[in-house]
Design a protein around this ligand. Structure first.
Ligand SMILES: [Zn+2]
Length: 182
């Protein structure tokens, strides 16, 4: 009689199963790495494309203003993001102009382009957003004296309260208070 009458194949089977399991894990890890690589390449492509589109739109619609000073390198692109409630948000590009002021560019799903100027409220620092269509809006936002420089809240409360005292008077008052103390 041979040993097949009383086989013990279990040790071999355990080795085979362990090899199989390790191969499966390797396969999953490779798939995950490939997905991650593809995602990174996709995002890099979106970033580059939206930076290029923003720059193109500046050259196309803002020849007299932005195109003179905003370079291709000033744009920082951000890839699209998928949000549970908002759905997919399109890629955006942002260019910093100095003075806490930014240009924001995005393309809508209907291939419309949205260029926005983001400025700080001069009173509270809240962000003011101006949709820009061409040089004219930009010149109204930045180049005219009656441009809205405060947010709606600050404009409302400024209109409601009496005129602020002259800062020079405040300063004099403080000096008096200090000299009395000393
Ligand atoms: Zn404000």
């Amino acid at each position: 009689m041979t040993s097949t009458d009383n086989p013990n194949v279990l040790p071999d089977l355990i080795v085979l199963a362990a090899e199989r399991s390790a191969a499966h894990k390797r396969h999953l890890a490779e798939q995950e790495a490939a997905r991650e690589q593809a995602r990174r390449e996709h995002e890099a492509g979106e970033r580059t494309a939206v930076e290029r589109d923003a720059h193109d739109m500046v050259g196309f619609a803002f020849m007299g203003t932005l195109a003179q000073v905003v370079t291709r390198q000033m744009w920082q692109g951000y890839p699209s993001v998928d949000r549970p409630v908002w759905g997919e948000l399109q890629p955006t590009a942002v260019a910093y102009l100095g003075g806490n002021t930014f240009l924001h560019y995005t393309a809508t799903r209907t291939d419309e382009y949205v260029m926005t100027l983001l400025q700080p409220c001069t009173t509270c620092g809240a962000r003011l957003e101006h949709r820009l269509w061409d040089d004219l809006e930009l010149s109204v936002c930045l180049g005219s004296e009656d441009a809205p420089a405060t947010c709606r809240d600050c404009a409302t409360s400024a209109a409601a309260r009496p005129a602020a005292p002259d800062p020079a008077l405040c300063h004099t008052h403080e000096l008096h208070a200090t000299s009395r103390k000393g």
